[in-house]
Design a protein around this ligand. Sequence first.
Ligand SMILES: [Zn+2]
Length: 730
Amino acid sequence: MRSMKMHRLGYRLRRWLLPSVLMPAAALALMAVLAGCTGDAPDDAGLTEEDRAALASLGYIEMDSGVREAVRAGEKKVLVMGIDGMDWVMTTRLMDEGKLPHFRQLAETGGFGPLLSSIPPQSPVAWSNFITGADPGGHGIFDFVHCDRATYMPYLSTSQVIPAPERAKLLGFIPMKNELALPFTDYVFPLVGGGTMNLRRGVAFWQVLEAAGVPCSIFKIPSNFPPVPSETGTTRSMSGMGTPDILGTYGTFSFYTTDPWPGSDGISGGYVYPVRVVNGVVDAKLYGPPNDFKDYEKIEERTGERVSYSGKKVALDFRVFVDPENPVAKVVIGDSEVILTEGDFSEWVEVDFEMVPAAVTVSGVVRFLLKSAHPEFELYVTPVQINAANQVLPITDPPEYGKELVEAVGHFYTQNMPEDTKALEHGVFGNEEFTKQSGIVFDERLKVFDYELSRFYEGLLYFYFGSLDQCSHAMWRCMDPSHPAYNAEEDAAFADYLEGLYVKFDVILGDVLSGLDENTTLILLSDHGFAPWYREFHLNRWLYDEGYLVLKSGMSPEQVEWLIGVDWGRTRAFGLGINGLYINTKGREADGIVEPGAEAQELIDEIAARLETLRDPKTDERMIVRAYKAAEVYHGPYKTTAPDIIMGYGWGYRGSDQTAGGQIPSSLVSDNTKKWSGDHCADYHHVPGVLFTNRAFSHREPSLYDMAPTILGEFGIGKREWMVGRSVFE
Ligand SMILES: [Zn+2]
């Protein structure tokens, strides 16, 4: 059972990270069919005593009565705009060039400066610093990917889907067969629901505000899936980065084509389905999650055939009528009919996957894009989004909040990071389609923002924009002809695309400023900036070449995946995640060999010092400018669970995807030729974010973890003992 689960997680990660992305998510599907059993995660599981004490102390927060009255009367409000990936250097340049008049106005009348990111400057880590006012030692998120010390297997760091039996164990139930088979059918009903668990530790600043009676709206903040439940019902939140699509993946598109290309059956992040047009009609299926309500053992026994993983997925038949001459088509799916014009995305269409006939359905929404009607037929369908109005997994708290938003603005993307960078990477999208799709994401987000602003009468509103981050990753190459991924023919026309996005935010800011009253504090910030990603560093290759990482006899480095094949009895250090390096420590890692204490410390010092001297054989540049020692840079109860060294890459460098997934490619460093051409997982000094406030601030070197005490301070609440920063206004 255990090894099954590990295998499954490993598989999920492999597909996500490397060429990456599909997570079969049988576990999640189990959840998905348990609507009603979700959301009430065992939220103190795994907490340290310190965290429990911090949470308990929240019951006693007394707000100054004057401030409380002001908050109630709407005379004290705080608006926080989180713009993921807004870069300090680029912002400053565009302001100097007169292209961002409203940002300039805000900088001149209020406060503006670079905002230091986290170590490492990855979004889940950075936003967790923001959320808790602690560094990773206080919230336990160190990387997108963490290492399970018991198995050396990687797992996604921010949230976990718990299959029913595992959850029963966590909750302390007596282990039992957790299924009830229905007689005469192929269906089984789990008796104990699965759950989802937010793995970020520590206390969110809005939990403190809530304890003090301040109403909060938290829209799409990263590292908050499932959303922290509100104790008093005064906080409304929607989960952001970390939120899956209906398959439990970070976004899996479907592409139906009469012209599949070699290798298209194994791409990451999407499925390519070959189809045929017969008399102007295409018949196809849209796949949902595996149907874990079915008793496959019983079916296999009866039919004598094994049911494959894909055979377990619930599917929805649909039909496309292609106009014989014009570039239009009609899709008929469920009860819906949609007319498609080549090149345009459809509106959202609700799709219901029937798990148990007339009893259990899972609801999602999709958009269609008819990429081509003739001569080849090409149809793109977005990843199936969790329907915010009918949630199979908890994405809003309370659930009615999602319903309310859909009523106000219509359906919208609910998955994390919805810009389809994978479709772009695989050529299913060109720059044109990608920018069109991310434009839809942007416009939808703006609609929700307008709605939230229109009813922002009291307390705190946090609102998150992710477009600039995803577009800077995917479109950086277009403005950088020196990038290995630059293709003049395709990219030159999009050279100004990112600049245009900054200008869009300037227009939004102009609207916000014109409606701002003097009682409202405005804080606009980003979690990190951006840098080009020219060269990929393969950390495990270096560790292997230098003898720190040893393989079992007969294994060649290129065969290694997920560190499988590593001889743990002779390995002293390994890399996993984008920035993490671990010492194989006795008593901590399953087969650790390095004695904790002096021996481990000596090894950490030795490796860190050597890494910092490494130069790129091609450019002679230093590839790692700082190798941070976790023990020196982190504070708080989770510090000991961190990787031992955090890689601070030089400008233009990043740890490779292969390193993140525990692979050992043949070279130490290689050109990054992917469309994913910009990044920020370098040394945090290279990628500062921005901080704008509508009042001057005095802090000379503000950092993300200063923002929670800043926000509390605005409501007259002192910083909490676990917070490592201070208010920027003090
Ligand atoms: Zn990013």
